[in-house]
Write a protein that binds this ligand. Structure first.
Ligand code: PMP
Length: 390
């Protein structure tokens, strides 16, 4: 059907029609009692989705970068020592951002397709007294999945605040914020959370809230200052009217619907479904002869995949054929190897049909570009994995 496309990029993703319908209503006042209840329930559900019962959730109008910015601005002061663990593009972004607030930033860079070995991280933490350590749970530029549990434990051991960039993982990959001792989990609406772009979301541990309260200097970011937003979040949870900046009312209505659907599915079931989806898609790509950026299964994200183009194949031709089949995938993002790979998102409401259509479009495009592949290779692999036959 002309014009009907399937959006398989790593965010924004395809959204549940129920979520889209929920927000297609006349915008209520941000102090309407029904909206106050919606905001309050969304905050409560954020705590559950991040599995952090004693955390303080924040919902701001903005994108994932704003979540990074607000957290960075509120938890660092000029001269603070911060360790950034970078698995790609978004780690580098965090380092740049933190420097703007005067933080003294050390970066540990992973080799492409790998995570920074935990022993290397631990050696650094032993060597210097850092105030904070940031890491990207799933780096959307490499599809590498970091070991969030182990990094949380290291943060606890060395008394360093830990910040997990979960923009490409929350509500898709397993996260147990409180149990794993992670101080901040931050994300955005447009990926596995399942709401159109425009919300910055984060949950802050009591320890990080304490560090914020003990600051010696004012926060150098007006909009993102938690001192403005904390009373607002508390008011909404207490079902009271309040105002600092106008909330993204319709997006928050959609957020309540989506979080409700996520929790109804059940977090364990949802993590499991994403793992199966990731395994099936990777297996299909491997069956087509494509090599993936992550160097092992255990380092592979389940929310997206990042396959290299076959040697000598023209990227534009391949992507053109995939788009011609009505499937939208994304190009590379990591500057050094940008032209050598592409990315496919498979999170949120993605289902077997979406995976089959996408993998088949890639297979057909490869064939059109000269690869010799038996018809149905990708689809067969996906069925085998999803049916548990391999
Ligand atoms: N971190 C990660 C891991 C991301 O994938 C993204 C967005 N792709 C961001 C941060 C930034 O989020 P946004 O584009 O919503 O500002």
């Amino acid at each position: 059907m002309k014009g009907r496309k399937l959006l398989m990029i790593p965010g924004p993703i395809e959204f549940d029609p129920e979520v889209m319908q929920s927000m297609a209503i006349p915008t209520p006042s941000h102090v309407d009692p029904d909206f106050i209840a919606t905001f309050g329930r969304s905050l409560e559900m954020m705590r559950r989705v991040c599995q952090c019962p004693s955390g303080q959730p924040f919902i701001l109008a903005g994108t994932g970068t704003l979540a990074m910015d607000s957290v960075g601005a509120c938890l660092t002061e000029p001269g603070d020592l911060v360790l950034v663990i970078s698995t790609g593009y978004f780690g580098e972004r965090y380092a740049e951002l933190l420097k703007r607030y005067g933080a003294v930033v050390d970066i540990l860079r992973a080799e492409t397709g790998n995570m920074v070995p935990l022993a290397t991280v631990e050696a650094r933490l032993r060597e210097k007294k850092y105030k904070m350590m940031t890491f990207t749970h799933v780096d959307t530029s490499t599809a590498v999945l970091n070991d969030a549990r182990a990094l949380g434990a290291l943060g606890q051991k060395y008394d360093v605040l830990t910040v997990l960039d979960g923009v490409c993982s929350v509500a898709g990959e397993e996260i147990r914020q409180q149990e794993w001792g992670i101080d901040v989990v931050l994300t955005a609406s447009q990926k596995a959370i399942g709401v159109p772009p425009g919300l910055a979301l984060f949950v802050v541990s009591p320890k990080a809230m304490e560090a914020f309260k003990n600051r010696r200097t004012p926060v150098a970011n007006y909009y993102g200052d938690w001192a403005h937003w904390l009373p607002i979040m508390q008011a909404y949870e207490n079902r009271e009217p309040s105002y600092f900046g106008t909330p993204a009312v319709n997006l928050i209505i959609a957020l309540e619907k989506s979080l409700d659907l996520i929790l109804k599915e059940g977090l364990e079931e949802r993590f499991h479904r994403h793992r199966r989806t990731g395994q099936a898609f990777r297996a299909a790509m491997t069956a087509l002869g494509l090599k993936m950026i992550p160097t092992s299964e255990s380092l592979s994200a389940n929310t997206l995949s990042a396959p290299y183009y076959p040697e000598g194949m023209k990227a534009a031709d391949l992507l053109g054929h995939i788009a011609g089949a009505g499937i939208i995938v994304a190009g590379g993002l990591l500057p050094d190897i940008k032209g050598q790979y592409f990315r496919v998102g498979h999170m949120g409401v993605v289902n077997r049909n979406d995976l089959l259509a996408t993998a088949d479009a890639i297979e057909t495009a490869l064939r059109k570009c000269g690869a010799s592949l038996e018809t149905g290779t990708a689809a067969r692999t996906i069925h085998q994995v999803l049916d548990g036959r391999v």
